[in-house]
Design a protein around this ligand. Structure first.
Ligand code: SF4
Length: 280
């Protein structure tokens, strides 16, 4: 058993491009080149997004709203923050709020981790909140395909037994996930969960982990879908220069994809990746 923890970022990387997974998590090649399209806009949004997450963390750990608000020195960030406060006043009800909480479990014999923006333990269940700060209000169908949507409720069901004194609260039927959009505050996406979905998700994630574990190093393929290359930090490494017309097909979501790439690369720089990966 090695110490590598699969996360939504690493699994999403594999789904998008197996080679990216290998470069980032196995070979540990970090940030080999620059992305030439819209780097400043994306990077600024990435930094602001992180700052917004910090504001929410401070809010849910009890820092006074005025103190938080007075420290905001960016117009866009202040707008998101005011959006959040206006929405939260109506939408956030009673319960125990657990910001920036990490849960660990095992799937297919491997460690799996989920880092939640916020969990709300309320009277009849547990709600997962995730803050999205990209300009796009993603469609439900897009969100449903993301590994995050699959993995987070699954990990909560498997590892949430100590979050409350009631052992039924983390059952699939008592869990829901809320994506909240800073640019579209009154239109969050709420996804309910079920035992059927739990079984499906568990099987899918376990198959994915087994698939990854059985690929020998050096055999992780580059994606054939070059839309994934557009904002990938490994573009120069892979010598991939996707046609803008082709990538334009996915324009609606490319900004979020770019943010995810930056977040994954940044997260991987921070995380200590163990040397004990045991791929054949
Ligand atoms: S540039 Fe394209 S092929 Fe290379 S790792 Fe990134 S997504 Fe994969």
């Amino acid at each position: 058993m090695n110490n590598f923890s699969f996360s939504q970022s690493s699994l999403q990387d594999f789904v998008d491009c197996p080679k990216r997974f290998e470069l980032r998590y196995l070979l540990k090649i970090r940030w080999p080149g620059f992305i030439t399209d819209e780097p400043e806009e994306v990077r600024r949004s990435f930094i602001l997004g992180n700052r917004f997450h910090l504001l929410c963390h401070q809010f849910f750990t009890g820092l006074p709203v005025d103190t938080i608000t007075q420290a905001i020195d960016d117009e866009a960030l202040l707008e998101w923050w005011n959006n959040f406060l206006a929405w939260g006043q109506e939408a956030l009800g009673e319960g125990q709020y657990l910001p920036e909480i990490t849960l660990h479990t095992h799937l297919a014999g491997r460690q799996v981790v989920a880092k939640f923006d916020l969990l709300q333990v309320h009277g009849t269940g547990i709600r997962i909140y995730d803050w999205k700060t990209s300009p796009t209000r993603h469609a439900r169908s897009w969100l449903e395909k993301k590994i995050q949507t699959t993995l987070y409720p699954l990990v909560l069901c498997l590892a949430g037994q100590n979050l409350s004194g009631d052992p039924t609260l983390h059952s699939p039927e008592n869990i829901e996930m809320v994506y909240w959009f800073a640019y579209h505050p009154q239109n969050p996406e709420i996804l309910s969960y079920s035992r059927y979905q739990f079984d499906e998700d568990r099987q899918y994630i376990e198959e994915l982990i087994n698939q990854i574990s059985n690929i020998p190093r050096g055999n992780f393929e580059m994606t054939e879908d070059q839309r994934h290359c557009r904002f990938c930090t490994y573009r120069s490494f892979c010598d991939r220069h996707p046609d803008p017309v082709l990538t334009g097909l996915d324009e609606e979501n490319s900004f979020e994809t770019a943010l995810e790439n930056l977040a994954a690369a940044f997260e991987n720089q921070l995380d200590e990746i163990p040397e004990t990966w045991q791929n054949p």
